[in-house]
Design a protein around this ligand. Structure first.
Ligand SMILES: [Fe+2]
Length: 349
């Protein structure tokens, strides 16, 4: 049934596909699984038509190889039905743009890299409608994150500190800096709507990370209640101390049975100024991927588990979003006390 909310979604998807530089005559595949949102499939389909593109909506069976429920966790192992089906892969490779509306995406699946190498651009979408619309990116976001990538590329060390006690030194050599800007406009580009962030894949980090109350643990989509101290040596978590949240993390690492569970993965900082830290509290876990937390402007986002640069395959992927940190890259401050440098402080100073 046509609903007024569909108008807003169609408008947002159309603006988003234009940001992806979708041109008349290009080929779009809207990829879905049975549990994907039907209104998103319709909106992406309609938006592609509005741009004058050819469009196919493809629904494939659900189910992933990850040993956890497929509920927007960010682990991104891909759908088994696509991983095992060369016809599905060929369809995706033949597209100019894939709008990936599956519940987990293919973020950490090697097959996604194959599809991208064919020149296909992929846009992954799975947060709630208001989250998408509030965080609709702008073209200027790409220049902002690229400046962060360039800074990381020409630098040697990232230092992260916080009043809570975080003091982490990150070696940037070989860390392959990347960005997400919320739209996929270059051939072979994957991106995620919504997102605006700078990240890298370092091997070596040393020091300690202290999670403060109010920081967010993903994919659990829970706020930290008591401080947690994580001792880091050589890019691995050596020790976790604190209260209930520390016990939860320790249990997660042990239960995973994964040799990379305690190893650091990507880390960086968020630049999405429209993000809402309280979205995690206001939505059901099934409704969100949690990009408001992951890309929140001025956060420090770090993670554990998979590390494609070092060839570490792992489903034990935690993303942890922290407020109140200061991030300096070879002495250049990019985030101070949880705010992007250049952004006004709440007291106006
Ligand atoms: Fe992640």
């Amino acid at each position: 049934m046509f609903a007024l909310s569909s108008v807003d979604l169609l408008d947002a998807f159309t603006r988003e596909l234009r940001l992806c530089k979708l041109r008349s005559g290009e080929h779009v595949v809207v990829l879905a699984e049975p549990d994907s949102r039907g209104d998103y499939v319709a909106a992406a389909f309609g938006a592609a038509k509005a741009c004058g593109a050819h469009v196919i909506a493809a629904t494939v069976p659900g189910g992933t190889p990850a040993p956890m429920p497929s509920t927007h966790t960010g682990a991104g192992p891909g759908l088994t039905s696509v991983l095992n089906d060369t016809a599905a892969q060929d369809l995706l490779k033949s597209a100019d743009l894939v709008v990936d509306l599956t519940r987990e995406g293919f973020i950490h699946a090697p097959v996604q890299q194959e599809i991208l190498r064919a020149g296909t651009r992929i846009l992954f979408v799975c947060d709630a409608p208001e989250v998408l619309i509030r965080n609709l990116p702008g073209e200027e976001d790409k220049a902002a994150v690229l400046a962060g990538v360039e800074l990381l590329r020409r630098s040697s060390v990232m230092r992260v500190r916080s009043a809570a006690g975080t003091d982490l030194t990150v070696q940037l050599a070989g860390s392959q800096p990347e960005f997400q800007c919320g739209f996929a406009d270059d051939p072979g580009r994957w991106d995620h709507w919504p997102s605006t962030m700078v990240l890298c894949w370092p091997e070596l980090s040393d020091g300690q990370i202290v999670l403060a109350p109010g920081d967010i643990l993903l994919p659990f989509k829970e706020y930290v209640r008591e401080p947690v101290t994580l001792q880091i040596a050589g890019g691995h978590i050596e020790k976790v101390t604190g209260g209930a949240d520390a016990a939860l993390l320790t249990t997660f690492f042990e239960d995973s049975g994964d040799i990379w569970a305690r190893s650091l993965s990507h880390l960086g900082w968020g630049m999405m100024r429209t993000a809402d830290w309280f979205a995690t509290a206001m939505y059901g876990k099934e409704e969100l991927m949690g990009m408001d937390a992951r890309a929140f402007a001025g956060n420090f986002l770090w993670s554990t588990g998979p590390h494609p640069v070092l060839g570490r395959e792992s489903y034990a992927h935690l993303d942890i979003a922290m407020r109140g940190c200061s991030v300096a890259v070879d002495g250049t401050e990019v985030v101070v006390d949880g705010r992007l440098t250049g952004d006004p402080r709440p007291d106006g100073r």
